[in-house]
Design a protein around this ligand. Structure first.
Ligand code: HSE
Length: 438
């Protein structure tokens, strides 16, 4: 029987799940894979804290012990943050230990350097738990979509914000109230700013884009937005227009340029598979030139789903050729004018007072005059204000700006928002984008 001795760095939500999973399904690993996985040491901040994990006390240490690496096969890093995690796992690789990590920030910022370090020392660096909780997204991109040229990734990659948006949309609950619940469930980061301001999803998108497109995108080049600006009125407005508001991580090839990466509040058409992904569920919709489109859905945060990905990685050490695709991005051929995808754009206008049917008709006619290709106009009335929203097929920022500055709308516009939309024509879009690279 092959032995895998594990050093666990961190014993918070995910670390506890990893410990429990190894205890609970250890026999299964012996039977199925002939693997005897055992936790040998656990690095924690506070060894006196009570942990409901039988048998863990003698394994606890508050110091990273390099001497223990000689008796370790796999270091499992679930501490989060860049330092000291990077120092510890680099030391581990240099001592010949394989590394399994769920640390998205570390991989987004230093993934390439760590991959190089792993190659140089002949060890594996596995990170399925870093993106999408229990969904095997990394494995699918690394192993099962190798033949495809990926043209677009659209993902709901943060469980906390998806939970908040779902609860707001479903029950009209307040942001702060739902955030507290997400924290209590162990979904949110230690500092939930990373979730609600879109950093967490941005890190995950950078990791996926590296695998899908072979591009190592500097984080400063990724558009990033959180969910704090969204209001219940705008969520209702989107629903009336036939869309669901999601914090979407998107990477796509357009017009022969390098992929554009962004995390933004996006209106997802109700017919798109991502619109139905609710609560703590995450999903990734991959479009490729051969496969057309694939959607993977599962629980994106929480103790056991994330532990599942981490322990699957432990079980996969030495079993799958996991070498990452080194950056190989080459520019696709530019699309011909007629082949270009036409993005849909949502515009919301917050107007003072009551906005009745007559005013809506007048708004529609003013919009038609500037030829934005307005599909539908809806209103949600608040107290002393109303939101008017519409989706454009011929988006032009300047034309809207002119309209607003010329005060041609029959509204006193207090605020306005512009957000991308993801339409329903998934297969048609995949085809159009695929044309770009053929
Ligand atoms: N805070 C993260 C989320 C945890 O809510 O998705 C999983 O990476």
């Amino acid at each position: 029987m092959k032995q895998l001795r594990v050093m666990l760095l961190g014993c918070g939500t995910v670390g506890s799940g990893v410990y429990k999973t190894i205890k609970q399904n250890g026999e299964l690993l012996k039977e199925r894979l002939g693997l005897d996985v055992s936790v040998q040491s656990v690095l924690v901040l506070n060894a006196d804290k009570k942990r409901p994990l039988p048998g863990i006390e003698p394994l606890l240490t508050t110091q990273f012990r390099e001497d223990l690496l000689d008796e370790t096969d796999v270091v499992v890093e679930v501490m989060g943050g860049v330092e000291p995690a990077i120092t510890y796992i680099t030391a581990a690789m240099r001592k010949g230990c394989h590394v399994v990590t769920a640390n998205k920030e570390l991989l987004a910022k230093h993934g390439l350097a760590l991959e190089k370090e792993a190659r140089e020392h002949g060890v594996e660096l596995l990170y399925e738990g870093s993106v999408g909780g229990g969904i095997p997204l990394i494995g699918v991109l690394q192993h099962f979509l190798k033949v495809n040229r990926v043209t677009r990734l659209s993902g709901i990659l943060n469980g906390t914000t998806n939970y908040i948006l779902t609860q707001m949309a479903r029950d009209g609950r307040s942001f702060a109230d739902v955030l507290a619940e997400a924290q209590a469930c162990g979904y949110a980061e230690a500092d939930p700013t990373s979730d609600v301001e879109g950093y967490d999803a941005m890190y995950k998108l950078a990791i996926l884009a590296r695998l899908a497109f072979g591009i190592d995108a500097p984080l400063r080049d990724i558009t990033r937005e959180g969910i704090t600006a969204i209001t219940l009125e705008e969520i209702r407005l989107a629903q009336k227009l036939g869309y669901t508001v999601k914090l979407l991580a998107n990477a796509e090839l357009r017009r022969g340029e390098a992929p554009t990466l962004g995390v933004q509040l996006t209106l997802v058409a109700d017919g798109h598979p991502l619109a139905a992904v609710n609560d703590v569920y995450n999903a990734l919709h991959v479009e490729g030139d051969i496969v057309q489109d694939v959607t993977l859905i599962g629980q994106g945060a929480g103790e056991l789903p994330t532990a599942s990905a981490v322990v699957e990685d432990i079980a996969n050490v030495g079993r799958m050729a996991t070498r990452a695709r080194t950056p190989v991005f080459t520019l696709p051929k530019p699309m011909a004018e007629g082949e270009r995808e036409r993005p849909l754009t949502y515009v919301g206008l917050k107007g003072a007072g009551v906005i009745d049917g007559k005013k809506v008709t007048a708004v529609r006619s003013a919009l038609t005059q500037v030829a934005l290709g307005v599909q539908n106009v809806q209103v949600v009335q608040g107290e002393g204000f109303a939101w008017v929203g519409f989706v454009c097929t011929e988006w032009d920022e300047q034309r809207l700006a002119q309209l607003l500055s010329a005060k041609k709308l029959p509204l006193q516009v207090l605020a306005h928002t512009v957000r991308p939309c993801l339409g329903e024509a998934v297969q048609a879009e995949a085809h159009v984008l695929a044309t770009a690279v053929n």
